[in-house]
Design a protein around this ligand. Structure first.
Ligand code: AMP
Length: 398
């Protein structure tokens, strides 16, 4: 039983205008869309609604125009890309409210798909301004949100609209919420979290939330250095936030009280240069040379991490274990990712990952499809890991 309504609750939508919030904020380089993953993820919801006879009106933002019309952030060129991904005609209206929007909506027939211009061209979007929400609501009978990645924002098109009409989760939102529930909401135990990445400072809330929820917290990446230094080791030239030593100690103390084991690297791969193929050596974390920096966790540490993955029923992962973009400092991330993928394939592990560089790290390891769920949402996934309520999700709950 889900706590929110899904497309299963919508059967015949003939004549109904569905306002569907989607994430079309695709990466663009030199005027070309470089990755259509986000469009592919929302395609099933669009096609299902159109197939059920709805007039599907797409709402989305693009970039950060800050409440003004910025032509380079128009969604118009994206309409054609959505059309080719869907293999279904997509109309476009040059505004998301007012006469141009209502004229375009008025011309729709059942099964049509219409994309409205960037919601963030109006200041009311980010302010969740009631007048703007009412203007958006005039064009719809039903609201469907399929943009989990924007759910950490209480904006007009992600939160406000749900108060004006019946609200449902789209298929991507549904998959995301089910996966997150399995990951941390109501997981099979033991639960292990792996948190890596560059800095502790960006992940303090996340670490504090996790120690109260998981059985073991593996800390890797640059952020491990801060913990290793706080335990009294010299970390040489490694990336390290020495000013956060007290925070690191506090997180360790909170973990001890909550019965969560903190798993820190015992050995490190160090180098003198931050570049691909740099000469490297493996040393215990208690013996990092003064002129070297730790760029990956060592093989003994990987063995310990993989042993925890083997013990776990559930794994939640954010952030690489090392500087995975440059070889050979990708070794630990690749090994742990492949081990988790193997356990998942064998049906022994539920693996949920996401946020920031995690998607490209898992992609680099070639296991993106082998995990139970990989979230492409950045900020929303991190705020979920921090235990914060997401306004766009909360408003969908029955
Ligand atoms: P984040 O966005 O916080 O998840 O950080 C990801 C970045 O952390 C990646 O670009 C990695 O290269 C970097 N990183 C991971 N481990 C280390 C390390 N030991 N030293 C420096 N950077 C690292």
């Amino acid at each position: 039983m889900t706590a929110f309504k899904t497309l299963d609750d919508l059967t015949d939508l003939s004549g109904k205008r569905v306002l569907l919030r989607v994430d079309l904020n695709v990466p663009v380089k030199d005027g070309k869309v470089t990755d259509t993953t986000r469009i592919e993820r929302v395609a099933p919801t669009i096609l299902e609604l159109a197939g059920k006879g709805a007039r599907v009106i797409l709402l989305a933002h693009f970039g950060r125009p800050k409440g003004e019309v910025v032509p380079s952030m128009s969604l118009e060129p994206i309409a054609g890309i959505v059309e080719s991904v869907l293999d279904h005609r997509v109309h476009f209206a040059p505004d998301c409210i007012g006469g141009e929007a209502s004229d375009a909506v008025g011309k729709m027939v059942d099964g049509d798909v219409l994309l409205l211009e960037n919601t963030r061209f109006h200041p009311g979007e980010e302010k969740n301004d009631p007048t703007f929400v009412t203007a958006l609501a005039q064009n719809g009978d039903i609201f469907v949100n399929d943009a989990f990645s924007a759910a950490h924002r209480a904006h007009a098109s992600t939160e406000g609209l749900a108060h004006h009409m019946p609200a449902y989760a789209g298929r991507t939102m549904q998959a995301e919420l089910v996966a997150l529930e399995k990951g941390l909401g109501n997981p099979d135990r033991p639960v292990v979290a792996i948190v890596g990445g560059a800095k502790v400072s960006t992940k303090i809330d996340l670490l504090k939330n996790l120690v109260g929820k998981v059985d073991a917290l593996v800390i890797g990446g640059g952020m491990a250095n801060t913990f290793i230094a706080a335990r009294g080791n010299d970390v040489g030239k490694s990336l390290c936030e020495h000013e956060l030593a007290e925070t690191a100690k506090q997180i360790e103390a909170e973990a001890a009280m909550a019965g969560c084991e903190i798993v820190l690297p015992s050995d490190a791969v160090v180098a003198r240069e931050f570049k691909a193929g740099a000469e490297s050596e493996t040393v215990p974390v208690s013996a990092i040379p003064a002129d070297a920096m730790m760029l990956d966790v060592g093989p003994m540490s990987v063995e310990a991490i993989n042993a925890w993955i083997s013990k776990a029923d559930t794994l939640v992962w954010n952030g690489p274990l090392g500087a995975f973009e440059i070889e050979p400092f990708d070794a630990a991330t690749v090994s742990a990712a492949r081990h988790a993928a193997q356990r998942t394939r064998e049906g022994l592990l539920v693996s949920v990952a996401g946020g920031g560089d995690t998607v490209s790290a898992l992609n680099h390891a070639g296991v993106l499809d082998a995990f139970t769920y990989v979230s492409t949402a950045g900020g929303a996934f991190l705020e979920w890991m921090e235990g914060k309520p997401l306004p766009g999700v909360k408003v969908l709950m029955n």
